[in-house]
Design a protein around this ligand. Sequence first.
Ligand code: NAD
Length: 368
Amino acid sequence: MEEMYDAYGPEKVIEVYNPKVGMRGYVVIDNRSLGPGKGGIRMTPSVSMEEVFRLARTMTWKNAISNLPFGGAKGGIIADPKQLTPKKKAEIVKAYGEAMKIVCPDLWVAAPDISTAEEEMRIFANAVGSNKACTGKPKDMGGLPHELGSTGFGVYHSALVALKHMGLNVKKITFAVEGFGNVGWFVSKFLTEAGAKLVGVSDSKGLIYNGKGIDFKKLADIKKKEGSVVKYPGKVMKDSEIVSLDVDMLVTAAIPDLIKPNDVDSVKTKLIVCGSNIAMSHETEEMLYKHKVLVVPDFVANAGGVISSYVEYISGNEKKMWKMVEEKITKNTELVLKNAEKKKISPRQAAMDIAVERVVKKCKTCRI
Ligand code: NAD
């Protein structure tokens, strides 16, 4: 536990317990230099203080690189949602919300995470007694649902900046997308609409490759009707083979650790845009950088969701959300790639340098 205390935080580590309801949980507010801590509530049987801290720290840097007036925080409720009736789950979330009034919404603004969604956000906000307690609320409470595709839209804009940076024309490139869920679906839609040629898509059942180009609408229909992208006409391959496809750009949008250190030599693309979280370790990212593969890091490319949360927080509408996601993702990606080139460092290193600098500049408690 000691190792979680460093120059930046965490500022507050709070454990809450209500024996009558059987609710136990935590919140870690890592750093508030840029604004109230922002981060979701995770409900799992194994969630630990350390895990919550690590996620809160990630939020500190993600909000800073996204240039949002939020710090980093995260909540955790120790419970197994599979073992709970909906009534019991609601009772636990309510008790957790009541216990969090001491920090929420002034010091912490919550959001959904594993096993908490918009209905839990309704209960939480009501228990805290403020609409500002969390984002990801239902539409009738002013929520902006993830189903709108804000993250995929942001990944698309990040990809446009990276392509331009490499001197590539979006209308003339081929690309592949790992995963066809919320993020993969929208990024495929926006990129194909912009004229890029989709040649490979994977999901949990495998990878489909079609060199002639995959029609987005037809693919979406097949996925809906048949449950998998592999039913699209083309060559069916193993999902992991997406890593070595000969395409101009690979977008990751599914599992962690897709690209392993051993894969680096077989990577043929020159551009990887990370829509998914932790598509590879930082070491693998550095190895790819040395192999002259441009990797746009996850916390730069996939921040559309958190930007959308901010718009909800300031009671903005859908139109404002699209505008802010586009503007912020474009500006941040440009800045990161420009700095990386100028300083001859990887985009991740450049992004971290910017995030740390923004936090430290405003930090009254950091040991600098
Ligand atoms: P999702 O559950 O909607 O979709 C996941 C997709 O991945 C599905 O199509 C599934 O079939 C596919 N998949 C599973 N195993 C696979 C495999 N081995 N190979 C290829 N595909 C596989 O999830 P999502 O919301 O689209 O999130 C995807 C990634 O993006 C995650 O890493 C998530 O943390 C990250 N992310 C999502 C958001 C968001 O707003 N949804 C925001 C930031 C980051």
